[in-house]
Design a protein around this ligand. Structure first.
Ligand code: NAD
Length: 423
């Protein structure tokens, strides 16, 4: 039942991992082969050329994508990534994961993802603005508050969302705040959106530690990646009494067995652009962070961080996936066999899309909630998803990832079934 038509392109491992996870869930759910096939492929995808006039007057061409994996439960929803790794296969995988994440959190959305193959730090702000506006105008026909709603991801931020909102609004002839989420507060962004993914990761991490009987106070944590997700996760975990013993970014890693001063480290990061050489820390090989003897490991950088080559050396007792797809399928099997609790990405980092949903609801109603209200609703929703996943995992003797996938894929398949196949 899990055979797929041949692909003519070279497949990247993130897409292999995403499809394998779907195949496992489809088997548990005994999905008809036709439904499995439909869910294995994107509903719609658009690849666009994005010519950019550089500040020096030269023109350079970039390639961008927007993939809408599924919209059976509502408009497609997903981030926009600017990174050299971006290609259509990566975007397809990320779009598929968004479908499951939204379904698992019971949001009325399908899944999408976008990306441009670029190293954004090599370009000026004005160049990035022109690039974003041209990309937004190219994908204009398929996005919108009722169609597909982008948000920030790796290499993009609230400014990127403001430019997309403005480009879309100019073309529409009126202001459309609901076309993106993760936009600045002054433009109708939500309280709590910027740190929502990290808050969600923190809620789930604390629940996971409790589940395996690890005392929260003093528990040792390593965080890979100190961007929008990793940085606030490290801060919130430290504020909850845990000991953040190591953090990394693309340039290197630092450690302190007694616990890093995370607030001082963030100030160092702001002033230098990296965690490397932060005061009160010792240097560590970047990827050695993953192999430290810690209670909790939060990979919050990119896909494939934990793989066949390093999984045997992973010593964390609990792994909470802040990033999307940080554990390959093979590594995931080994971690399960070794009894390491892995909280899957579609559950662990769902806080971002949950508060994106709140932002979209607020934008569409033009009525805004307080920070406390957003935080209370986020906590309730993500912990409710956690409880559902833990319950199903115990009932069916599944890993948390398998249980999360069975719940999410089951909801999407049910929507398909109820709507029927057109024509
Ligand atoms: P970001 O660009 O803000 O940060 C990425 C961080 O990872 C940076 O600190 C970068 O230096 C670091 N990094 C890159 N390569 C590394 C490596 N090899 N080793 C160590 N660090 C490395 O991106 P982000 O928004 O924080 O996203 C991180 C992950 O979380 C991605 O997988 C993204 O899809 C996922 N995610 C993000 C959100 C969100 O709201 N931003 C929501 C859900 C999931």
């Amino acid at each position: 039942m899990t055979s797929l038509p041949d692909s003519t392109t070279t497949r990247m491992s993130a897409l292999d991992d995403a499809r394998q996870q779907l195949a496992d869930a489809a088997m548990h759910l005994e999905l008809p082969d036709g439904t499995f096939q439909m869910l294995s492929y994107p509903r719609r995808e658009l690849t666009v050329s994005v010519p950019l006039r550089l500040d020096n007057g030269d023109v350079r061409l970039f390639v961008g994508h927007r993939v809408q994996h599924n919209f059976s439960r509502g408009p497609a929803k997903g981030g926009l990534r600017y990174a050299p790794s971006v290609d259509i296969e990566e975007v397809r995988a990320l779009a598929m994961w968004m479908t499951w994440k939204c379904a698992l959190a019971n949001l009325p959305y399908g899944g999408a993802k976008g990306g441009i193959t670029i190293q954004p730090r090599d370009y000026s702000r004005t160049e990035l603005e022109r690039l974003t506006r041209r990309y937004a105008s190219e994908i204009f026909p398929i996005i919108g508050p009722e169609r597909d709603i982008p948000a920030p991801d790796v290499g993009t931020d609230e400014n990127t969302m403001a430019w997309i909102m403005d480009t879309y609004s100019v073309a529409s002839g009126y202001t459309v705040p609901g076309v993106v989420t993760g936009k600045p507060l002054q433009l109708g962004g939500s309280q709590g959106r910027a740190s929502a993914t990290s808050r969600g990761v923190t809620h789930v991490a604390l629940a996971a530690l409790e589940r395996v009987g690890i005392e929260q106070r003093g528990a040792r944590v390593a965080v890979q990646g100190m961007g929008k997700v990793g940085r606030d996760t490290a801060r919130f975990l430290a504020a909850s009494g845990l000991r953040v013993v190591a953090v990394s970014d693309q340039f290197g890693a630092v450690q302190n067995a007694s616990g890093l001063d995370v607030e001082a480290l963030c100030r160092h990061l702001d002033s230098t652009g990296s965690v490397v050489a932060a005061p009160g820390s010792d240097a560590l090989e970047r990827d050695d962070l993953l192999e430290l003897d810690v209670d909790l490991l939060v990979p919050a950088a990119l896909e494939g961080a934990i793989h066949e080559g390093n999984v045997d050396r992973i010593r964390a007792r609990v792994i909470v996936e802040g990033a999307n797809g940080p554990t390959t399928t093979q590594a995931d099997r080994v971690l399960n066999e070794r009894g390491i609790l892995v909280v899957p990405d579609i559950l662990a980092n769902a806080g971002g899309v949950i508060v994106s949903y709140f932002e979209w609801v607020q934008s569409n109603q033009t009525y805004w909630w307080s920070a406390d209200e957003v935080e209370a609703r986020l906590q309730a929703r993500i912990l409710s998803a956690w409880n559902e996943v833990v319950r199903l995992a115990a009932e069916r003797r599944l890993s948390l990832r398998a249980a999360a996938m069975v719940l999410a894929v089951g909801r999407v398949a049910q929507a398909h079934e109820l709507r029927g196949l057109y024509p």
